[in-house]
Design a binder for this molecule. Sequence first.
Ligand SMILES: C[S@@+](CC[C@H](N)C(=O)[O-])C[C@H]1O[C@@H](n2cnc3c(N)ncnc32)[C@H](O)[C@@H]1O
Length: 267
Amino acid sequence: MMVSLALDSAALAETYDRVSDRQFNHGKLLIEDLQVSQGERVLDVGCGTGRLGAHVAELVGPSGEVVGVDPLPLRVALANSKRGSSFRATVGRAEDLSQFADGSFDVVFLNSVLHWLPEKLGPLREARRVLKRGGRLGISSAAKERPHEVERVLEDVLSSLGLNRTAEASGSTPHKVTSDELTSLLVQAGFPQPKLQIRTFTDHFTDTDDVMAFNLASSFGNFLSNFAPADAERVRAALEAELERRRAPEGIRLQRHLIFAAARADG
Ligand SMILES: C[S@@+](CC[C@H](N)C(=O)[O-])C[C@H]1O[C@@H](n2cnc3c(N)ncnc32)[C@H](O)[C@@H]1O
């Protein structure tokens, strides 16, 4: 599918800021892997509403700096509206980091962003360019070899309804890579010997509306956006039946699997 950057709204941006504990929590693991320390200069590519960036700003302290870029102006505005944070966000895209000088960052990270990018090599080369020699890159991304459980459920629902679309083409992590593909892209982009692992997370949702709201806000309006309203309603109803079968005492239980990659820029 074509990912649209024109479907975001103030309501979706605010919802994302509220419901993105999942991205925030796995993002903190990514930052731990990168061992970000005081005084470092960090670039957060696809920073969204800036929750993780603000956390990293605390780690680098007043002698460091965290800059975020994101193509969605409403999310950038929300990120910048948070007081008391030394994190600053600007509108921009992973494909074009020309607003930043060569070799100007110690750390670059993309948390839950890579699977939104139709082409990866350009953005990874840009990350390499803005990093210092030996600088660290961290990525968390949906894994093509192990899709999120909600995507597999959606896949079954779409085929049972006879809707000729894949879950990937319905705005749920549309541009995933496998671990092998990501390893090879990283090597090509100037990050020799990347370290990759898949981590699994178990989420609980109150109900189907909670699942829908999370996916809609996380996809900045793309989730199921390519269906006519009547078909989207059929998908939602069928999804609800499947999701309710996964209800545990804590809520609807769904697993997510993410590739975590960490690499150093070559010298
Ligand atoms: C699921 S959100 C993750 C936001 C944030 N990194 C976090 O951890 O909460 C995905 C983000 O990727 C951004 N994105 C989409 N296309 C992008 C691109 N071409 N370059 C940079 N960011 C992009 C979206 O605007 C959105 O904010």
